[in-house]
Ligand binder design. Structure first.
Ligand code: N01
Length: 498
């Protein structure tokens, strides 16, 4: 850390996080002719999740034509579901197209943001020793960027190689090795089938099975790419069709009885794919489909028909110098442990070292003591002109998160305009508006499949789902199309205060 003090930089907007969200915000600021912003990124480059996750088989489980900005079409996606490097290239190319790089400050993690209501400004400090004084502070750091390292007895004494799926070690050769993979979430079900043919033995450690449905993937034909490019409206029509296909997938989530029937179909799919009946049974979840994120793969279940792949359902007792021991006492020799154990998704944990102080000295970590909450995931009572992207309860399990990001960016820009129109300096969501918004959301969540009894990272310790948006995405878009000004307090500072 550089402790040398540098001059305070005054700027209109500070955005933190240069992933899909922060980049979208930056582009739309430029489109609105506002270049008075800076984009702070803790890493060395743009890309977020798609910069960090490069494991074998890493790909998006939302179709490429949906998992891209509506305003920056790419006609030549290679496949229906693009691999990570194609998505990362798209992000970098889009940043280049809109000339965002000059606004980026890399290797700058925000350490604190403090609001001064007498000046109507946020003071934002970074690990590089920089201080920014801004009117609007935008948190676009996203929830999937801090790898979760499991607390397993003896892991620190392991003499072999250990790495997390989001920090894949491409220099380590897995050929002929005894490999343990821990976790069976979205990442593991993608990399396990890719590494299985290479390794001597792959032990897949499963704590809770995931529901894995067929992946309707295929390459786009040359003629399709040409049609996307040349026929007016063709790509839009394709995107429209994909949007509604995905949107229809949320319907069983609102009707757990329908989801239960779907579980029966998914069970048949497992039995059809996995030859060994005992393994098929062990791979079959006992919770209703959709309660945890539904995964898609055509390679995951057939992988268990290989002789060198073992499904391990016993819990881990300890890791020794060269082996791993399960609760039943069985010891397996290991050269490499891959942690497919997901991310620290609770902002109260990954923002632990980040001091966020709002009006009157209130601390976000205190306000979020019981659970995280916001208003449409973007504004928080007590934190004027603080804007979040993919904040509480705006995550999705069924459609493209880019759709939500675009709606939120537009909403934030509209809020900024509302401040100008009212000749104000800042706006803050009223506490009763935030409370009643969240009470309604939680009420809606009660009858969904997400509350049907499984443990998932959608929930916080008290069981409250603070991750998902419990309605259709078009409802989110519609409800955030216009700023509900009555839900906010607008403050205008006396001229001599500024
Ligand atoms: O992480 P996860 P991920 N001991 O949290 C297990 C999305 N994604 O990196 O279920 C043993 O989903 C844990 O077990 P349990 C993905 O959909 C999107 O796979 O908690 N096991 C679970 O099986 C998700 O939203 C794409 O019992 C332990 C696994 O580790 C997010 O990214 C592609 C454990 C973690 O699964 C993260 O996915 C890939 C322990 N101590 C991923 N701790 C797209 O295409 C955890 N586990 C958009």
């Amino acid at each position: 850390m550089n402790n040398q003090s540098t001059p305070i930089k005054e700027i209109d907007v500070v955005i933190t996080g240069a992933g899909f969200g922060g980049l979208c915000m930056a582009i739309q600021m430029r489109e609105e002719d506002n270049d008075n912003f800076v984009l702070l990124e803790k890493s060395h480059d743009i890309g977020g999740t798609w910069r960090d996750n490069s494991y074998p088989g890493c790909a998006c489980d939302v179709q490429s034509h949906m998992y891209s900005y509506s305003f920056a079409p790419k006609n030549d996606w290679s496949k229906r579901y693009a691999p990570w490097n194609e998505i990362q290239k798209y992000i970098l190319d889009t940043a280049e197209k809109y000339n965002i790089r000059p606004f980026c400050r890399f290797n700058q993690e925000v350490t604190s943001a403090v609001f001064d209501e007498t000046a109507g400004r946020w003071t934002v400090k970074t690990t590089a020793g920089d201080t920014y004084l801004c009117r609007h502070f935008i948190l676009a750091s996203g929830p999937l960027h801090v790898p979760q390292i499991p607390n397993i007895k003896g892991l620190e004494n392991f003499k072999g190689h250990v790495f997390h799926s989001a920090r894949w070690d491409h220099d380590y050769d897995l050929e002929g090795k005894n490999v343990v993979s821990i976790g069976t979430g979205g990442s593991a079900i993608q990399y396990c089938p890719e590494i299985a043919p290479k390794v001597k033995k792959l032990h897949v450690f499963q704590r809770t099975p995931a529901w894995v449905l067929p992946r309707d993937d295929r390459k786009y034909l040359g003629i399709e790419k040409t049609a996307f490019k040349l026929i007016p409206g063709w790509r839009k029509l394709h995107r429209f069709r994909l949007y509604w296909t995905n949107e229809s997938r949320v319907w069983p989530m609102f009707h757990p009885s329908v989801a239960k029937s779907l579980s029966q179909i998914a069970k048949t799919w497992i039995r059809f794919q996995v030859k060994d009946k005992t393994i098929a049974k062990q791979l079959t979840p006992d919770y209703t489909i959709g309660c945890k994120r539904i995964l898609i793969s055509n390679k995951y279940y057939p992988m268990f028909n290989r002789d060198n792949v073992e499904l391990v359902t016993d819990g881990i007792r300890e890791v020794k110098e060269n082996s791993i021991v399960t609760q039943d006492g069985q010891e397996r020799p290991v050269d490499c442990i891959i942690l497919g154990t997901g991310f620290v998704v609770d902002p109260r944990q990954y923002m632990q070292d980040f001091e966020l102080v709002g009006a009157g000295g209130r601390q976000l970590m205190d306000d979020w003591k019981d659970h995280t909450e916001a208003y449409y995931g973007t504004s928080i009572t007590g934190y004027p002109n603080l804007w979040m992207l993919i904040g509480p309860n705006t995550g999705l399990g069924h459609n493209s998160i880019i759709f939500m990001i675009e709606a939120q960016v537009q909403y934030i820009l509209n809020c900024m305009k509302a401040i100008e129109e009212r000749e104000s300096d800042y706006m803050e969501v009223k506490s009763q508006a935030q409370e009643s918004f969240n009470a309604k959301l939680q009420e809606l969540l009660k009858d969904t499949v997400w509350s049907s009894g499984c443990q998932s990272w959608y929930q916080q310790a008290d069981g409250r789902n603070t991750t998902l948006w419990p309605k259709s995405t078009w409802r989110y878009w519609l409800e955030t199309l216009n700023v509900k000004k009555n839900d906010y307090n607008f403050t205008r500072l006396a001229q001599d205060q500024m």
